[in-house]
Design a protein around this ligand. Structure first.
Ligand code: CU
Length: 152
């Protein structure tokens, strides 16, 4: 047998699990938010007087080589946050909740008036000029962004 013949390696299942954990760890380091996700134009429109529902807009860039999937958002200033889009229903524009928004590699998506938006329910304790909203992703660490409070 020559010296450079590959030696068969048999790993114990627990060692394989350990390797998986290491791989996941490396993956999460490689996906640190500062490197591959950029959020710009983050603005929150506070509730109208006497109301408790606000809206938030932003642009999300995915410079990475894998699709990025936004699955929701949370914030200490809202009881709940939903992702919505607008759909045409005859002559009416209606809001519809969406479970996820996928951003293609090297792509971007803009949450804006008449399109995707974050709907914030039971808004409380707004402290200008900025509020924190955390964007939640599938297979990616959450990203907390300071949203500029728009005054009405
Ligand atoms: Cu909405």
């Amino acid at each position: 047998m020559s010296d450079d013949a590959p030696t068969p390696v048999f790993l114990h299942p627990s060692a394989i699990r350990l390797l998986w954990l290491l791989a996941l760890l490396l993956l999460s380091v490689a996906c640190s938010p500062s490197e591959d996700i950029r959020v710009t134009d983050a603005v929150m429109r506070p509730p109208l007087p006497g109301k408790t529902t606000g809206v938030a807009y932003f642009t999300l860039d995915n410079p990475g080589s894998a699709p990025l999937v936004l699955i929701g958002a949370e914030s200490p200033i809202a009881g709940a946050i939903e992702m919505h889009t607008h759909i045409h229903d005859g002559d009416m524009m209606r809001m519809r909740r969406v479970d996820q928004v996928e951003i293609a590699p090297k792509g971007s998506v803009t949450f804006k008036t008449g399109g995707y938006h974050l709907m914030l329910f039971r808004v409380h304790d707004l402290k200008p000029p900025r509020v924190p909203i955390t964007l939640l992703f599938k297979q990616h660490a959450p990203v907390t962004v300071a949203f500029e409070l728009e005054d009405y």
